[in-house]
Design a protein around this ligand. Sequence first.
Ligand code: FAD
Length: 347
Amino acid sequence: MDRSIVGKLADAGYLGAVLPSEHGGTGLDAISYSLIAEELGRADSSVRGIVSVSNGLVGKTLVKWGTVEQQAERLPALCAGEALGCYALTEPGSGSDPASLVTRAERAGADWSIGGSKLFITLGTWAAFALVFARTGGDGARGITCFLVPTDAPGFSAAPVKGKLGLRAQDTGELFLDGVRVPDAARLGAEGEGFKVAMSALDAGRVSLAAGCVGIAQGCLDACVDYARERRQFGRAIGSFQLVQELLADIAVETDAARLLTWRAAALADAGRPYTLEASVAKYYASEASVRASNAAVQIHGGYGYVDEYPVGKYLRDARVTTLYEGTSQIQKLIVGRALTGESAFV
Ligand SMILES: Cc1cc2nc3c(=O)[nH]c(=O)nc-3n(C[C@H](O)[C@H](O)[C@H](O)COP(=O)(O)OP(=O)(O)OC[C@H]3O[C@@H](n4cnc5c(N)ncnc54)[C@H](O)[C@@H]3O)c2cc1C
């Protein structure tokens, strides 16, 4: 990816779309932001990811949990595209179960010394700072604390993750922390509150991810309708065949449903009401719908769908990760199941 896109996203007001204007953000509501994420998802999911990480995982987390000094130092530069951030929760041994993470932060005089590694971190090699979740106490969720770590700190290094199925333009990194020292003022939230910080970030992240998936599905539909009208077999446009129309209809209906679920979650966020469950429902449905839509889109395009001449192959590659990151589909179902039964499958 040409990195000058970051400045253009900042100029358009996208990097801080939902962040408050006093911090350099655009101050949009969640519905408006969903429209941006949808259009970016339709255009390119790698770019959409930069905007989602900046607004949700990093920006809103700083707004909610950051100190006045952290916000003043980081948010205007983030919104201006001068210093991006990343959200570093996942580790080689802990993904769906982040409460088992092993990166450790120890007190070192007035400072903290952090050691460990993080994997699959979006913008991991581009970011100027990372929100690093590290164990400061005993096992489990309560032993985790979040730190704001400058990526140029001594002992911090990052390497790109190569060979991804999709999101090929996007930076995904592995982070290594070898005795990285940060002051106590780098803590985000209280000691032991890191898991809460991490989970609060995911609500907002999941809504914009769902919106990005709606964009993928809509992009597939648009490409397929055009193609089905123009491609002829058996002397007729393939769009006149009922089996092709069935594929188109399924994409159209699921795209609408995904969009409405996304907007419901966004509307709740705008109303200041809890939306954890609705964000999970939207993320689960929209991500799975985007995979089905892009798979059907390749089918409608036949062999042409398998090569780069049309956008649908890329949609399929980019859609595939959306049922994995920010909580897999299985994890979303367990969140829904917990809400329905009052029983948590996680403990
Ligand atoms: C391109 C990309 C970008 C990413 N960006 C970030 C980022 O910016 N920051 C970050 O912190 N992380 C990021 N991730 C990591 C992502 O969030 C994790 O990959 C994801 O949470 C899944 O974890 P895992 O890969 O370890 O899979 P695992 O947790 O090992 O899961 C493997 C399989 O087991 C299933 N499974 C696990 N537990 C259960 C259960 N209790 N019940 C039923 N099934 C279960 C899962 O659903 C999955 O099918 C990114 C990943 C990718 C690929």
